[in-house]
Write a protein that binds this ligand. Structure first.
Ligand SMILES: NC(=O)c1ccc[n+]([C@@H]2O[C@H](COP(=O)([O-])OP(=O)(O)OC[C@H]3O[C@@H](n4cnc5c(N)ncnc54)[C@H](OP(=O)(O)O)[C@@H]3O)[C@@H](O)[C@H]2O)c1
Length: 218
């Protein structure tokens, strides 16, 4: 993807940080959006990435990137989008990574927002001209952060337009070892989010942390 700026809201977290480190490893520069940039600078000190590959700003500033990856806990999504709403660049891309999973008595359960899925919940809170794709939802943070280890898997991509899916697929392709699987419109996000729940269940049952998916036949 030529010269598109990339920001990650929640880029100090497990998933956002793992995505950031994989993208930096592929030679890209990343903007980390944080509620507390000073804490975020400390949080990323241990990343061991090239000087100048990361900048840290607050959420509204990060929202003006060409591609904005949303990687905050699902209960924080509405607030994060509300503070960014007026700062998105017209026609830019938001990539939703969030999964509306909750843990009850330590058992994972998927919440079903009235919009249909976490991604459709996000869509309902974005300005209409912003493109939205959903991906990075089934890639395990434990493996993303272990940047020396190959990802060696597929990842699903859905979105509200062909352009959104194309841009998100290109972002995924830039991460070594991941093949994007286009699964069509945003309504496919509910199935992707169920797959994340399945991966969590597999991890727990088999006492691992890196379960992920590979599609055969295509
Ligand atoms: N962990 C995984 O393996 C995985 C896999 C697939 C998808 N996901 C999804 O990715 C998203 C992030 O998960 P995560 O495991 O990376 O979470 P996390 O480690 O808790 O990090 C989330 C980040 O979001 C920011 N944030 C904004 N509002 C927040 C709030 N009210 N409470 C806590 N943090 C808040 C924080 O960054 P600042 O304080 O710097 O703003 C924090 O570092 C979730 O929606 C999750 O479902 C996670």
């Amino acid at each position: 993807m030529p010269d598109r700026s990339i920001a990650i809201l929640g880029g100090t977290g497990q998933q956002g940080g793992g995505i950031a480190r994989r993208l930096i490893a592929s030679g890209q520069q990343i903007i980390i959006g944080s509620r507390s940039p000073s804490n975020a600078i400390r949080a990323i000190e241990g990343w061991n990435v090239p000087a100048g590959s990361v900048t840290v700003v607050d959420y509204p500033s990060a929202a003006s990137a060409d591609t904005v990856i949303l990687a905050v806990p699902f209960p924080a999504v509405a607030d994060a989008l509300a503070v960014c709403r007026d700062r998105f660049k017209p026609e830019s891309l938001v990539v939703d990574v969030t999964v509306p999973v909750t843990f009850e008595a330590s058992a994972p359960r998927l919440l079903r927002p009235s919009e249909g899925s976490g991604a459709e919940f996000v869509r309902a809170r974005l300005p209409s001209d912003i493109h939205l794709a959903a991906t990075f939802k089934t890639l395990p943070a434990a493996l993303l952060n272990d940047v020396e280890q190959p990802l060696d898997c597929d990842e699903f991509v859905c979105g509200d337009s062909a352009e959104a899916r194309m841009l998100a697929s290109a972002l995924l392709t830039s991460v070594a070892g991941v093949r994007p699987i286009d699964v069509g419109p945003l309504s496919s996000a509910a199935a992707i989010e169920q797959m994340t729940l399945l991966a969590i269940t597999i991890n727990r049952r088999h006492r691992v942390h890196r379960a992920r998916f590979r599609i055969v036949g295509i």
